[in-house]
Design a protein around this ligand. Sequence first.
Ligand SMILES: C[S@@+](CC[C@H](N)C(=O)[O-])C[C@H]1O[C@@H](n2cnc3c(N)ncnc32)[C@H](O)[C@@H]1O
Length: 312
Amino acid sequence: MTTTETEAVVPGQGREGQARDKGTIRLGDRTRGEATDDTPRYAPEWLELREPADAGARAAELLDPLRIRLANLPGRGGLVIHDLGCGTGSMGRWLAPRLDGPQHWVLHDRDPYLLHFAAVGSPRSAADGSRVTVETQRGDVARLTADALAGASLVTASALLDVLTPDEIEALAAACAGAGCPALLTLSVVGRVELTPAHPLDDEIVDAFNDHQRRGDLLGPESINAACDAFARHGATVRVHPSAWRLGPDESALIAEWLRGWVGAAVEQRPELAARADAYLKERLAACEAGELNVVVHHSDLLALARPTGGA
Ligand SMILES: C[S@@+](CC[C@H](N)C(=O)[O-])C[C@H]1O[C@@H](n2cnc3c(N)ncnc32)[C@H](O)[C@@H]1O
């Protein structure tokens, strides 16, 4: 992805300085509703940097059960796939070429800037060469209803669940159940991180970051269990598979950006960590630059197969 804009990017977190941007963007920061002048936003540069690691981490094991469900859809004339919180569209770039048949992707995000990148960078063909088309829809995915998903073959999301609230996850599960639509919800953080070599401050930073993820009524690391419960309550068959980032010297740019955002969020949550966290970050970045740091960031992918309603 290229961008012609030249404003500064907050390391590991996002872009600031656009005329309509007020806040900086943090990993997982959010406000409710559509993007406004005050809505924190995700930097396309950050999403671009993480895309190869995301692609390598996604649980391919969930694809066969998904393909079987999609192949058995009644009256199949092509798939309609709603990608929620699509960002720049990395989910579609990964999934569309792994599914057969014509596909129409409806890309949802509250950020029109990211939707622009998603439309421009969308995949053009399916696994079997069938045509892939896209449309974008700007809005709040937390307000999605079963009616809005009428005719949908599949709902996807990537790196979204952990920035939702319990009510929003419940609404998402209800909407998918009402539409009889399966959901592939990937790359939710689960609150576990392993750094090698270990450091005495690791656990404190992990805990502070996880508390930051839970601020307000956000679910953060509890989102995957909450989503499993919500979809199961609505009658879906749920499968979960690990989808960890496994990062080493070849991914040093991503590790460095991730470290800055991760430690920054931990300090924002517990300001008393600031001095020790500053020294920790310097040490970790030096090890990263020397190719001596490995990081595993654990995530989970969830496939929820709703009871079909016969309408899709
Ligand atoms: C961490 S990014 C992930 C983007 C993309 N799915 C990916 O995997 O690269 C989260 C995305 O969800 C969007 N988002 C978060 N909350 C939202 C909401 N309530 N309604 C619409 N979009 C939302 C953000 O604008 C951002 O693009």
